[in-house]
Design a protein around this ligand. Sequence first.
Ligand SMILES: Cc1cc2nc3c(=O)[nH]c(=O)nc-3n(C[C@H](O)[C@H](O)[C@H](O)COP(=O)(O)O)c2cc1C
Length: 302
Amino acid sequence: MHNTQPWRWTADGDGLVRLYVDRGRQLVLEDPAGRNAVISCGAVLDHLVVAAQALGWDGEVVRFPKGPGNDLLAEVRLEQSQPSPTAVDDLEAIRTRQTDRRRYTSWPVPDEVLHALVAEARRRGAHARALDDEVVRFHLERLAERARVLRAADPIAQAELERWVDHSAEDGVPGDVLPSDTDPAVSPPSRFPAGSVHETRTVSSPGDGVIVLGGAFDDRAGWLRTGEALSRIWLRATRDGMSVVPLSLPVEVDAVRHELRKELLRYEFAPHLLVRVGWQAIGREPLPATPRRAVSEVLRTT
Ligand SMILES: Cc1cc2nc3c(=O)[nH]c(=O)nc-3n(C[C@H](O)[C@H](O)[C@H](O)COP(=O)(O)O)c2cc1C
């Protein structure tokens, strides 16, 4: 979230890798429960497993080996094996995947594509549902708008977000990946202030799809699975030429999260994250990659 990279790794040189959530990088006001920090860690955990498989290492994951309250989120035992048959595509998807907040085209995401992404998420142990009904989508857009209005009325949380825009050369969201126009008729509504990326086209009704990821409970065990599911959805969508934008604000705002759970999910599961999927215009300007911290800063060898 906000490219905070809230993780720490250790590796013992003998195939055992540990992933910790870095609470010092948790967003105190926007993410007081640490939901988005753990989801972010789940995504990076799954990226590790996919990358390891591509490089010829099978990763057996044990989640919360010291219980759900501990910052140690997962242990991965790596065993040498064969590179996965999809290795080249997987590594390419990890390298090229990015959050592109520009407006999608009006090409609809076909139901079967959306449902294939839902199936990917469920295989990672998350609950997932495509919001493909028009009435439900209308309701969702209203809830998302309400979340934006409620958050905008909280200047301290808003200041936290703004601190993470152009934060540093190794973390935070650079202004040069954010759309320059905040008019919803031009760019999709966003929690971020205007950046410097110009929209080249406008469409009145983008054909995007939305998936809700969640779990039986609103807890760390479920958040980690949701992050792993987000990673799988993102890599698959990238391979298929689609773009993904996670939307956490409607889940972050308590009143909106409760309504989402009641009105849209009918208490079927607890929502953790919304994911918007769509097609970006062919031939668009490439976006610069967001920066990452050096490996030496996030990995300690023991
Ligand atoms: C848990 C989580 C929540 C996120 N919520 C939002 C969001 O509400 N709005 C948004 O525009 N991007 C959101 N993002 C995207 C991040 O800002 C983005 O992944 C991060 O800045 C790194 O950039 P990259 O994806 O281009 O590598 C979220 C990402 C995660 C993992």
